[in-house]
Design a protein around this ligand. Structure first.
Ligand SMILES: Cc1cc2nc3c(=O)[nH]c(=O)nc-3n(C[C@H](O)[C@H](O)[C@H](O)COP(=O)(O)O)c2cc1C
Length: 193
């Protein structure tokens, strides 16, 4: 039986080789309390058999939606490879230790930016943001930037992963792996294109 994580890993490495910038970019879709979906691009920051990781400001729209409605969908489109991967499942917050470890690898500018930005809140002017950035730079001058308590990530544990590969005459290949829960075994089926 094929393992979808192994399959994802193969496609991911091929995407990294074929796409010079942001091959880890994916569309993250969430659902609001009122049932309204919303999508935005985020970067995949790790994956293994436990799931797919992404990070940002916990006060942002996406993470507020995940806090109240903890399911999400991810979509990768690797145009040069004519491939798409669709992933769905429940999400859980990463641990503080995981978030600290990842935050520590970020460039200093991005670390400071995380403190300066109230992601998804209304901003009065660009000058206001720049002023907040200057204040944060001054505050942390000459020392390490700690992870803001409002900045962390989520792990999506998939229960559905579809691998889509373009075919001639729109007769694409679609292979979908499904399982009832993250502990259950996978079943695999083909879908009409
Ligand atoms: C290539 C690319 C990568 C991005 N990566 C992230 C990311 O990893 N985390 C993040 O919070 N926002 C990222 N963004 C910004 C998001 O698309 C989005 O603007 C932001 O998360 C706010 O969305 P929200 O208001 O729905 O929460 C990225 C945008 C682009 C175009």
């Amino acid at each position: 039986m094929k393992d979808p994580f192994q399959q994802f890993g193969e496609w991911y490495r091929e995407a990294e080789a074929a796409i010079p910038v942001d091959s880890n970019a994916m569309v993250l879709s969430t659902v609001g309390a009122d049932g309204r979906p919303s999508s935005r691009v985020v970067l995949l920051k790790g994956f293994d058999a436990a799931g797919f990781l992404f990070y940002g400001n916990l006060g942002s729209r996406k993470f507020r939606e995940l806090a109240t409605h903890p399911v999400a969908a991810l979509n990768f489109h690797w145009k040069p490879l004519e491939r798409q991967v669709r992933i769905e499942g429940g999400v859980t917050p990463v641990t503080n230790a995981e978030a600290d470890a990842y935050f520590a690898t970020r460039e200093r500018g991005s670390q400071l930016g995380a403190w300066a930005s109230k992601q998804s809140e209304v901003l009065g002017s660009r000058a206001e943001l720049e002023e907040r950035m200057r204040a944060v730079e001054a505050k942390y001058a000459g020392r390490e930037v700690p992870r803001p308590p409002f900045w962390s990530g989520y792990r999506l544990a998939p229960d559905r992963i579809e691998f889509w590969k373009s075919g001639a005459f729109r007769l694409h290949d679609r292979e979908v792996f499904r399982r009832d829960s993250p502990e259950a075994p996978w079943t695999v089926e083909l879908l009409y294109p």
